[in-house]
Design a protein around this ligand. Structure first.
Ligand code: ADP
Length: 497
């Protein structure tokens, strides 16, 4: 009797395992943080063996907690931090270097050089991505260039590359399977998202031998079978974290959107079978699907979202806890004319200005801490709204409702303000573990644990709905103020002597 599906949720700071039941409820969850390695300023690494051992450990413990046997597990789904790069020896299974994490900036100069040589458009057309050090390609090249002997071994076909999903699958199957899924492949900057294959021109450009690359498969389907948990369990779902979250929010159709309010913010819109090419710096990526049809998504990110609330708590010392921000927001009727633009590390889409810096405008003598906190919380909604507007315009799709998740989506004031400022209905689900749930759904659908998408839709339960209520005139006035504030944030840097 298959009672559960396991989601392995391998994130940037922790490995988690969750057992879900047929209703999509969390039955058991175990999480473990692992070491963040910062060898130099701007460099970020993980130990791939620790990623593997913590992921194994939490999975076993999550099973033990509810006394689940392997034969009660229908399938395993994997979701993971995207872009992070592992290169290992095919014979020994040992990594040749630490995992280079998506945040790591060590290859920023190499990317700048490629851009100056005029490769941006080619990369964009093939991969849907704006060339950046985030993506795996330049990280693989760095390892081959800097680890002694690595390039020779790679040329002899003795090294393997994988994003974290592929690394886990390799280990779960004792090296029998070297595979990844479309969503993860679409973040490597080596994958042709239109023809669904590794692109030879880009492999040449980055000097990556094809023999290193995993086989790429649809997100739902058999990747391999693992015997690590006391019996055979199939691995039948794989997706990068943001795409898994869109799937977990039942974003199955063109026009479906989810917005995540975590440390950073992520907006993903399903654009159906159409790969929309953005003129405003949004990324085109592959969405997770069960079955064989391919769907695309537009993606935009907010660099500083919940991190701004942490900043209020830790550096400004205005809050004891991040949830306390809500009390301050509702203690005043407005921000008293203040705008906070938390461009601590520049601004992303649709502005793309890496020199912009945090800016506070509109201060007058009557401005209090409450106004300041409120203006900071509102900035999460304004930034997300900028992405929503860009997406609707470029995809030519009208967003019906916005599904939300992530830590700061618990803030009711923020959600109401987001609904007001975007003029959209917002639905917050009861289960906010949407990333893990997405991986579980992909895996469970592939083995018939869930019959079809309708059965999954029936599981989606609403915690709360927020409907827009702000008069149009007030909304445009607030938005005009935000645009002026953003101009100030960019002017500050551009006028530097
Ligand atoms: P991540 O997955 O990126 O680590 P989470 O989804 O766990 O992030 O969300 C954590 C973020 O949410 C933190 O940056 C925190 O400041 C913010 N946050 C949590 N609760 C609230 C709240 N009630 N109001 C505003 N922000 C919040």
């Amino acid at each position: 009797m298959k009672r559960y599906v396991i989601a392995m949720d391998q994130g940037t700071t922790s490995s988690r395992a969750i057992l879900f039941d047929r209703q999509g409820r969390v039955v058991s969850m175990v999480q473990r943080e692992f070491k963040q390695i910062f060898p130099k300023p701007g460099w970020v690494e993980h130990d791939p063996m620790e990623i593997w051992s913590t992921q194994m450990g939490v999975t076993m413990e999550a099973m033990q907690k509810v006394d689940a046997r392997a034969d009660e597990i229908a399938a395993i789904g994997i979701t993971n931090q995207r872009e992070t790069t592992v290169v290992w020896d095919a014979d020994t299974g040992r990594p040749v270097y630490n995992a280079i994490v998506w945040q790591c900036r060590r290859t920023a100069d190499a990317i700048e050089e490629l851009k100056s040589r005029g490769y941006s458009e080619t990369i964009r057309k093939i991969t849907g991505l704006v060339p950046d050090a985030y993506f795996s390609a330049s990280k693989i090249a760095w390892i081959l260039d800097h680890v002694p002997g690595a390039r020779e071994k790679a040329l002899q076909g003795r090294l393997r590359f994988g994003t974290v999903d592929a690394w886990l699958i390799w280990n779960l199957t004792d090296g029998r399977v070297h595979a990844t899924d479309f969503t993860n492949a679409s973040r490597t900057m080596l994958f042709d998202i239109h023809n669904l294959r590794w692109d030879e021109k880009l492999l040449d450009l980055f000097g990556v031998p094809a023999s290193m690359l995993p086989q790429v498969k649809p997100s739902g389907g058999l990747f391999g079978t693992t015997d690590k948990f006391g019996g055979d369990i199939p691995v039948t779902g794989v997706a990068g974290d943001q795409q898994a979250a869109l799937f977990g929010q039942c974003g199955f159709e063109a026009g479906d959107v989810k917005s995540t309010y975590g440390t950073g913010g992520f907006l993903l819109m399903n654009t159906g079978e159409r790969a929309v090419c953005s003129q405003q710096g949004l990324l085109t990526t592959i969405a997770a699907t069960d079955g064989s049809r391919v769907q695309y998504a537009l993606e935009g990110s907010v660099f500083v979202a919940g991190a701004a609330i942490q900043w209020l708590r830790d550096e400004m010392r205005m809050l004891r806890s991040t949830p306390q921000s809500e009390e301050y927001c509702t203690a005043v009727p407005d921000t008293n004319g203040v705008y906070v633009v938390p461009a601590f590390s520049g601004l992303g889409a649709p502005y793309w200005n890496q020199y912009a810096r945090g800016t506070i405008v509109g201060l007058t003598r009557g401005v209090s801490k409450e106004h300041f906190v409120r203006a900071t919380v509102e900035s999460l909604a304004y930034q997300t709204n900028d992405l929503i507007a860009a997406m609707q315009q470029e995809a030519g799709l009208h967003i019906q409702t916005l599904k939300v998740d992530g830590g700061a989506s618990a803030n009711n004031f923020l959600m109401q303000f987001q609904a007001d400022i975007a003029g959209l209905t917002i639905e917050r689900p009861r289960c906010v573990e949407t990333t893990a749930l997405g991986a579980a759904y992909l895996a469970g659908l592939a083995v018939g644990y869930w019959k079809d998408q309708n059965e999954i839709r029936a599981n989606w339960q609403r915690d709360r709905i927020f409907t827009p209520g702000l008069p149009a005139e007030q909304r445009s006035r607030l938005l005009a103020g935000w645009r002026r504030a953003v101009r100030c944030a960019t002017a500050w840097a551009s006028e530097e002597e």
